[in-house]
Write a new protein. Structure first.
Length: 139
């Protein structure tokens, strides 16, 4: 896998998480009611609102996003391995939760789309991690 591909994947994973995380931290009620900013509203489909949990979720999103952006910026093997493992520590449980707990207020299609995007993020970060591990073996 090329360096450019790794960088692009990490940017695509990092930017939305940083934006969503900062939004949740800076404006928890708005984030809860409006995320992702278009229909369907994903977070408010699982009520009730809890500012503490929104703040914690936002912090996790922000941390995962910043990790991915750091990996995209540095793109060194050791950094990329740590970044991808850290991102997976957030993204994998998040994807599993949504797979196991579809939101009753969302259509089947909306739940499927949301879960697919979350699992795609997990798959992409695993692709980068595996590429880094294989690169070391062949070097």
């Amino acid at each position: 896998m090329s360096r450019r591909s790794k960088r692009l994947i990490l940017l695509v994973l990092g930017v939305p998480n940083v934006v969503a995380g900062a939004w949740a931290i800076l404006s928890p009620v708005d984030w809860y009611e409006d995320f992702p900013g278009w229909s369907p509203r994903l977070v408010s489909a699982l009520p009730p609102f809890n500012e503490h949990l929104v703040s914690d979720s936002g912090s996790g999103l922000l941390a995962a996003g910043l990790l991915a952006l750091m990996g995209a910026w540095r793109l060194r093997r050791d950094v990329t391995v740590v970044v991808t493992l850290g991102y997976l520590a957030f993204a994998l449980p998040h994807a599993v939760f949504h797979l196991r707990h579809p939101a009753a207020d969302l259509s089947t299609g909306a739940n499927l789309a949301n879960t697919t995007v979350l699992w795609l993020a997990v798959l992409l970060v695993i692709v980068v991690l595996v590429a880094e591990i294989r690169q070391k073996k062949s070097a």
